[in-house]
Design a protein around this ligand. Sequence first.
Ligand code: HEM
Length: 403
Amino acid sequence: MNASVIFDPLTPGAYTDRQRVFESLRNDAPLYQVEVGGQQIRLLSRHADVARIINDPTTMMNPPGQDTPPTYGRGPAAVLWRNAISMMDPPRHTCSRRAISRPFTNRNIDQFRELIDDIVAVVLAETDFENTDVVHDVGLKIPMRVICRLLGIPTADWPQLQSWTKDFLHIFLPETASPEIVERTQQASRNFINYFAEMIDQRLENPCDDLTSEFTAAMNSADGLNKAGLIGALRGLLTAGFETTAATISAGFYAFATQPEQYQRLREQPELISGAIEELLRWETPVQVIIRYIGKDTILHGTVLPAGTQVWLLTGAANHDPRKYDQPSRVDVSREISEHFSFGGGRHFCLGAYLARLELKILLQQLVKQCKSVELRCDNIKRRENLQFPSIESLPAVLHRVY
Ligand code: HEM
């Protein structure tokens, strides 16, 4: 089944030319087997296969009988892992997700529209259109300010939280982590635990008008979380909420500079913006690998995957599968998109999807009024060396003003 494809996710540069690698996996080895960190792993790259596994309610986040990867021992990373909603299985997942989901539903998200509108306006006003790095000046700032305001985190703490997040995000691929990365992940986890524990204590004494106070008020009740669970949930809302949205914004600017006709279409027909957001999400796929464990013996491409098999769903490959999308490497702002996996799928479908969509929509609505075209000031883009979250690190550009 592996045919002629040779792919080792741990080789430096394995993903440098990701789409070429993904193409050979999709065509020649749609059920690729590889050993990573001593474990046999199956990589799935076709849209139909990823759809089948991600939507299968029997798939699990953890291998049978385990709730933490042995890599993290009994350290703080293990504690955060166990209390991360994204890593839980039912029934804990169901209760924990319910405890924090109210503000983020489609019905409730509109209450944040005015706040986001103001934040986007301020960020664009602060940006030097003539000489900007859109990753730092726009991409990271908007989602960070939004999530900090919602959770009640002082913006002065942002640089610190951002640096912890960078180290922390390695946590989700424990099989690929070197001892040095494990240590940095442990330290970042320790910092997050202390930070949010103190914040919860403050809100218990002095509640205010933010989501942390709302969740703290429900702590230890039937509908709430315990303290360790709340720390895990707050950490999740913070780190899931800004890197991924920032990656989509940065990729959007890159797309508008390299396919300027698509940006012009948005300027002429702003009603295309909502669809364009789904297309940009598909095209970029900020989370490139989603891990699951097979829950019951499953036959795929004529092979039995026994229960407990670890599978990596290569969402970036599936979102560029030509069996599903015509000319997938192009951005087409009017493309009809039925199912992309940028927000995952199944019971772990992104809790912040409506918030992210609203942030992206408001940004594009304001941008098309102020900026007539995007010009890059760099020849190559550099991406972060993280298999799962390879976002653009820096994108110097000129934003040409409308007036
Ligand atoms: C464009 C922006 C975003 C992208 C691409 C994205 C992507 C994802 C993906 C792929 C998953 C599923 C992971 C898996 O199944 O293993 C996920 C889950 C999650 N996301 Fe997002 N996300 C984004 C924005 C946000 C925001 C703004 C928030 C914060 C409010 C957020 C909070 C979460 C949470 C809490 C989960 C875990 C849900 C669960 O396991 O039940 N995300 N996200």
